[in-house]
Design a protein around this ligand. Sequence first.
Ligand SMILES: Nc1ncnc2c1ncn2[C@@H]1O[C@H](COP(=O)(O)OP(=O)(O)O)[C@@H](O)[C@H]1O
Ligand SMILES: [Mg+2]
Length: 350
Amino acid sequence: MTGFCWRKSGLLGDMEEDRLGRCRSVKEFEKLNRIGEGTYGIVYRARDTKSNEIVALKKVRMDKEKDGIPISSLREITLLLKLRHPNIVELKEVVVGNHLESIFLVMGYCEQDLASLLENMQTPFSEAQVKCICFQLLTGLQYLHESFIVHRDLKVSNLLMTDKGCVKIADFGLARAFSTPAKQMTPKVVTLWYRAPELLLGSTTQTTAIDMWAVGCILAELLAHKPLLPGSSEIQQIDLIIQLLGTPNENIWPGFSKLPLVGQYTVRKQPYNNLKHKFPWLSEAGLRLLNFLFMYDPKKRATAEDSLASSYFKEKPLPCEPQLMPTFPHHRNKRASGTGAESQCKRSKP
Ligand SMILES: Nc1ncnc2c1ncn2[C@@H]1O[C@H](COP(=O)(O)OP(=O)(O)O)[C@@H](O)[C@H]1O
Ligand SMILES: [Mg+2]
């Protein structure tokens, strides 16, 4: 791992250190407890013994990589180190383990993720709180999309929240950069619930619109306090979408009938949009925003900017201030450390 330094501060300035390529060792971090184990890596709450700071340490799995880190991953990490936004989790530096195949991402620590929070909360978020979370999510996403990054895996377990009510998008880009070929992943591992219809139907062009579909699913999930479209197979996922929004056609979605997988499914005929029945209490502006996020045609779907301008965020109840978000118990830290006995969050692995 020589010649290899990804310290944020060292990126542009500290040339000496860059040349020497000193990359800190993970030994400089005291692992406190495991907070998450997702598809691609284990995440620990840890203490930086040099600065005393509490951080999140994500071990990146690279089982299939025999020759070190793939160049695409290097590019991705370099890119992520440059991203700075209050609503994007901060990747501080990359440190190495004893072997070339283990590297760790050091990130700013966030006390909650929305999945474990939703699972453990006694009372659902109020609408003002939901708006506060979504507005922050959209603000972070606008920044990501402006930086030409599509997240591709937005879901509640990839949204973190600090005790100060600041929402941060996490786990972005990495899923793709560090992934083994997509074919080897079973549908059970890769979440379907937030997947846009164009992806389910085999479209290979992945635009920022796939993230916006996921935002629609997240907004609806926060409002209803349960996942909106919890499909357990791709076919069931498509079916759930159609039950909710009606059958797409060439008129509302030009190009739909030519999507690679359309012929493989017998798409049922369902002419109604049932969003209003699902959310009878939601205002017109709220329903308009949801419908805009759930446009079948990715080209017509709301962008982050469109969504931020929605009157839903300007009408009562107004989004609450992040600082006024309640603080919640730190459920993840109650788990035994390092035993692997922590309960798997069912939302993170639908
Ligand atoms: N910076 C962080 N602060 C606090 N918890 C985190 C942080 N990053 C990740 N986590 C926790 O670890 C879990 C898995 O991390 P994530 O980056 O989503 O990896 P994976 O690719 O394994 O899903 C998250 O759902 C969250 O609970
Ligand atoms: Mg994740």
